[in-house]
Design a protein around this ligand. Structure first.
Ligand SMILES: *Cc1c(COP(=O)(O)O)cnc(C)c1O
Length: 345
């Protein structure tokens, strides 16, 4: 039977990336597994990461934390980055989830509910979540981890990185004995000043380079592939796909591939997009439709059922993202729900 568009996750490569980041930073790696492990499947990935030695994980939402607790049992420590949102305190406590407290109302809610193990987010310049340094609360019972987040970690030359780092170093001094977590994937590569007590990478565990381009330290983890459904000659002057998106100016052989925007191949990947097929990178032709896309396979020996790689070891996800005008994070988290996830390693 033809297997449809699929996302294959190499769990050995994931474990290797985990150990690479451990070796690079010399710190405990506490993976960020929000958005179902960036679309790769949190349960399978967290299981493998725990085998590799991970104990502490971050999710964004309460519901993600509840699902992870349910799947993984009581062993992992799970922080919820949204924090103690309205109405969440009891659910957090019952599931032994640790809110990362972002503002005064969250702290009040958490403490009213009885408090417990939790984190504290200090905003050192991103202006997204967390207390401004001058408004950060004194250490409170249950506080186990102080975090902040870099706005420009994928640009090592940005002066913002050092500014945020210095602000964080000063503010964490007000929490003696409390562990400090600062570096995301990019931060892990910024040097020893940036690693503090534990690191908090996401994308580079999942195979994205820390600077938004392929990095020799990081192995590809996810392979997004889809089958050729039909191969057809297209004579000069005829067009391919919606809106005559491509008009043949020479005789073409076109493969129609069973992956479209409903599978997470963004429309914006046309006209620059490429796929890896029969040992070569070949251009996507015309518009991406909901369930299909067209590839120029002129001169290649391909047949129905052959697979095309949209990203993976032969088509780095950072390159695919660049040609789509986005970042690896968005490609990974956009892979559609009808795409089968499978695991190797
Ligand atoms: C998503 C996220 C991370 C992980 O960032 P990567 O760039 O994927 O390594 C770390 N910390 C916070 C607060 C985040 O929101």
């Amino acid at each position: 039977m033809l297997s449809p568009a699929s996302l294959s996750v190499d769990l050995d490569a994931l474990a290797k990336n985990f150990h690479t980041l451990e070796g690079l930073t010399g710190r405990p790696v506490q993976p960020v597994v929000k958005a179902d492990a960036y679309g790769l499947g949190a349960e399978a990935c967290v299981t493998r990461l725990m085998e590799a030695g991970a104990r502490t994980f971050f999710v964004a939402r309460l519901v993600e934390g509840l699902a992870l607790r349910e799947a993984m049992g009581s062993t992992p420590v799970i922080y919820v980055l949204d924090g103690c949102t309205e109405g969440a305190a009891m659910a957090l406590r019952d599931a032994d989830l640790r809110p990362v407290i972002n503002h005064g109302e969250q702290l009040a809610r958490w403490q009213e509910a009885g408090g417990g193990a939790s984190g504290l987010h200090i905003d050192t310049g991103m202006n997204r979540l967390g207390f401004r340094p001058e408004q950060a609360p004194a250490a409170f019972p249950g506080l186990e981890l102080v975090i902040s987040h870099l706005a420009c970690a994928d640009e090592p030359d940005s002066p913002m990185n050092r500014q945020q780092r210095d602000t964080f170093a000063a503010v964490r001094g007000r929490y003696p004995g409390i562990a400090a977590s600062f570096a995301n994937s990019g931060g892990c590569f910024l040097g020893p000043d940036f690693v503090f007590d534990a690191v908090r990478p996401g994308i580079s565990l999942w195979g994205g380079g820390p600077e938004g381009r392929p990095d020799p330290h990081i192995r590809p983890v996810a392979t997004f592939s889809a089958p050729i459904l039909q191969v057809r000659p297209v004579p000069v002057g005829e067009s391919v796909g919606y809106a005559r998106g491509k008009v043949a100016d020479q005789p073409l052989t076109v493969a129609t591939v069973g992956a479209g925007y409903a599978d997470g191949v963004m429309r914006a990947t046309s006209p620059k997009g490429q796929v890896f097929v029969a040992g070569q990178l070949r251009p996507i032709l015309g518009r991406i439709s909901m369930d299909a896309l067209a590839v120029d396979v002129t001169g290649l020996d391909v047949v129905e059922g052959d697979r095309v790689e949209l990203f993976g070891p032969n088509r780095p996800i950072d390159d695919a993202a660049r040609d789509t005008g986005t970042i690896a994070y968005e490609l990974l988290t956009s892979v559609g729900s009808r795409v089968d996830r499978s695991y190797t390693g």
